[in-house]
Design a protein around this ligand. Structure first.
Ligand code: 9MG
Length: 283
C-alpha cells in the first residue's frame, strides 16, 4: 500500500488513521438533503427522513457522514447558498453529537463557514476549493478538506470531457490545489484528494483513474477518497439502472481500496462495510 505524508487525517474533532496502526479503509455515507433525494413532503418531512437515513447509516457501520444540499449529478442545476444552508444546517445541528465525523459537501464559501461554525469536521468540495474565497473560509480551525477534481460543472460536465492524459492532468490539478491549501496555511494532515469519478469523465477516463489510484496517491502522498457508488460508469459496465447498481458499486469500492483508496464514498453502507470486513480478513 502506498506511503502517505501523514498517518492520520485531522478531521475536526477526530483523528482518522490513514495507514499503520489502527488503519482500515473508511466508509463515507452520502446523505443528500435535496428534493430529488426525498419525496416532496416539505422541510420537516425531509429533515425527518434525512435523520432516519443517518441513523441507519450509523447502525450499518458508517465512518463519516457526508451531508449535501445541492445535487451534483450530471445535468443538475445549482442552488442558491441560502437554499443550500436551509437544507444542510438543520441536519448538521441535529447530527452534531451523533459520534461520527460530519462532512459537508459544498462548493460555496458561505456554506463552508456556517457549516464549520456549526461543527462540521470535513468540507468536501467538488470544485477542489477553486473558488477564491473557499480556502480562506476553511483555513482556520481543524476541519479536513476533501479536494476533488471536476472538469466543467455538473450541468454540462458529461457533454464531451476531453483529456490528453487524464491521470497526469487530474494529478496536476490536485497538486496545484494542495499547494494552494499549503499557501493558505492549511496543514497537509487536513487534506485528502479525490479524482472525482464521473465528474467530467468518460468510462475510459474513470477506468484509467481507478487503475492508477495508487500512482496518484504516491505522487501527492495524500490519502485518496474515491466515490464510485451507483455512478453511470457502474451502469455502463453492468448494463443496470441506478437502483440496481449496488453489487457493481461494492465491487468498485473494493477495487478502489485494493488500489490504495483510504476512504470510499458510498450509498450502500451496510453492504460495503461487510465487503471490506471480508476483504480485510482475507487479503
Ligand atoms: C458529493 N459527491 C458525489 N460524488 C462524489 C465523489 O465521487 N467524491 C466526492 N468527494 N464527493 C462526491
Amino acid at each position: 500500500m502506498s506511503k502517505l505524508l501523514h498517518d492520520k487525517l485531522h478531521c475536526g474533532r477526530y483523528l482518522l488513521p490513514m495507514q499503520g496502526e489502527g488503519f482500515r479503509p473508511l466508509v463515507m455515507g452520502g446523505l443528500n438533503v435535496t428534493p430529488d433525494s426525498f419525496s416532496d413532503g416539505g422541510a420537516h418531512a425531509t429533515l425527518d427522513l434525512a435523520l432516519s437515513r443517518a441513523e441507519q447509516m450509523i447502525a450499518d457501520g458508517v465512518d463519516i457522514i457526508d451531508i449535501g444540499g445541492e445535487s451534483t449529478r450530471p445535468g443538475s442545476a445549482s442552488v442558491s447558498a441560502a437554499q443550500e444552508m436551509d437544507r444542510v444546517m438543520p441536519v448538521l445541528y441535529v447530527l452534531r453529537d451523533c459520534g461520527k465525523p460530519l462532512s459537508v459537501d459544498t462548493r460555496r464559501p458561505d456554506v463552508m463557514r456556517e457549516a464549520i461554525a456549526a461543527g462540521a469536521d470535513m468540507i468536501n468540495d467538488i470544485e477542489g476549493f477553486r473558488e477564491p474565497a473557499s480556502l480562506a473560509a476553511v483555513s482556520d480551525g481543524e476541519c479536513a478538506l476533501c479536494i476533488m477534481h471536476m472538469q466543467g460543472e455538473p450541468r454540462t460536465m458529461q457533454a464531451d470531457p476531453q483529456y490528453r492524459d487524464v491521470v497526469a492532468e487530474v494529478g496536476d490539478f490536485l497538486a496545484v490545489r494542495a499547494q494552494a491549501a499549503h499557501e493558505a496555511g492549511i496543514a497537509a494532515q487536513r487534506l485528502c484528494i479525490d479524482p472525482g469519478f464521473g465528474f467530467g469523465k468518460t468510462l475510459d477516463h474513470n477506468l484509467a483513474l481507478l487503475a492508477q489510484l495508487a500512482a496518484l496517491q504516491d505522487r501527492l502522498q495524500l490519502p485518496v477518497l474515491a466515490g464510485l457508488s451507483r455512478k453511470t460508469m457502474i451502469g455502463k459496465l453492468t448494463g443496470k439502472p441506478v437502483e440496481q447498481r449496488m453489487a457493481g458499486s461494492v465491487a468498485a469500492a473494493l477495487v478502489a481500496v485494493k488500489n490504495g483508496a483510504r476512504i470510499v464514498r458510498v450509498h450502500d453502507v451496510a453492504e460495503t462495510v461487510d465487503a471490506l470486513k471480508v476483504w480485510a480478513a482475507a487479503a
